[in-house]
Design a protein around this ligand. Structure first.
Ligand code: PGA
Length: 261
């Protein structure tokens, strides 16, 4: 049975001065049976958020990690540095791909490093608008999955709890969302890609989230799709009212899937 996950990606927002309060508020307003909650603040707020969430069943995630264990990489953060601060990590976010030149091959190395460190990865994939308009979104996402996952050990990734997040780039921060049917079709396509990579039954057990302008208003439709297992939320994840409503919606899905007891 796949979990229902709601993951907050705060991106380059909040400061250590306000992140703790925001995390606590969101945690207190999103307690819903059967829903796995994750908050991914900026690196510099990881300790504050971790401390703010003591006693809450909310995991803390990083938004990225370097693929080397240590060394002369000015400005970068290693998995060892995240020990005790984060248990999840977002990898291959489209903003990392677009603004920081991350390639599928690099993201694969980050995956290896994250898994070795016991971090639970959220691997992001998704097409740009031109790809969707040309009808090649499934091919693009398949290539991203292949590029990051081919040759890697599905069982080890499954043991690490890998989650895939489908985030169409044209929907991120734009107010446009994929239709629920499109999100579901891509979730199915992602699992088909995993099967083609030799993942076997692990593919069906891998959670696939949707991300891209998820709000309280649209999350219900998206989570009503049996192949979609949660959401990666950016802008709305900074708003406690939105997160409360998103969690409530996720709770309905969890209950419907028998996860809430
Ligand atoms: P958004 O961001 O919800 O602001 O579109 C989602 C994401 O980038 O993870």
């Amino acid at each position: 049975m796949r979990p229902i996950v709601i993951a907050a990606n705060w991106k380059m927002n909040t400061t250590p001065a306000d992140a703790g309060d925001l995390a606590r508020t969101i945690a207190s307003r999103t307690r819903v049976a059967g829903v796995t909650r994750v908050i991914c603040p900026p690196y510099v707020s990881l300790a504050t958020v971790r401390d703010a969430l003591v006693g809450e069943d909310v995991a803390v995630g990083a938004q990225n990690v370097h693929h080397e264990p240590a060394g002369a990489y000015t400005g970068e953060v290693s998995t060892a540095m995240l020990a005790g601060l984060a248990t999840w990590v977002i990898l291959g976010h489209s903003e990392r791909r677009a603004y920081f030149g991350e390639t599928d091959a690099l993201i694969g190395k980050k995956l290896d490093r994250a898994v070795a460190a016991g971090l639970r990865p959220i691997l992001c994939v998704g097409e740009v608008l031109a790809d969707r308009e040309a009808g090649r979104e499934i091919a693009v996402v398949d290539a991203q999955l292949r590029g990051a996952l081919d040759g890697r050990d599905a069982a080890a990734l499954a043991a690490a709890g890998i989650v895939i997040a489908y985030e169409p780039v044209w929907a991120i921060g734009t107010g446009r969302t994929a239709s629920a049917a499109d999100a579901a079709a891509m979730a199915d396509a992602i699992r088909a890609s995993l099967v083609a990579l030799g993942w076997g039954s692990v593919a069906e057990a891998t959670p696939v989230l949707y991300g891209g302008s998820v709000t309280a208003a649209n999350v219900g439709d998206i989570l009503g799709q049996p192949s979609v297992d949660g959401a990666l939320i950016g802008g709305a994840s900074l708003k406690p009212d939105e997160m409360a409503a998103i969690a409530a919606s996720a709770g309905i899905t969890a209950a419907a899937r028998g996860l809430a007891s």
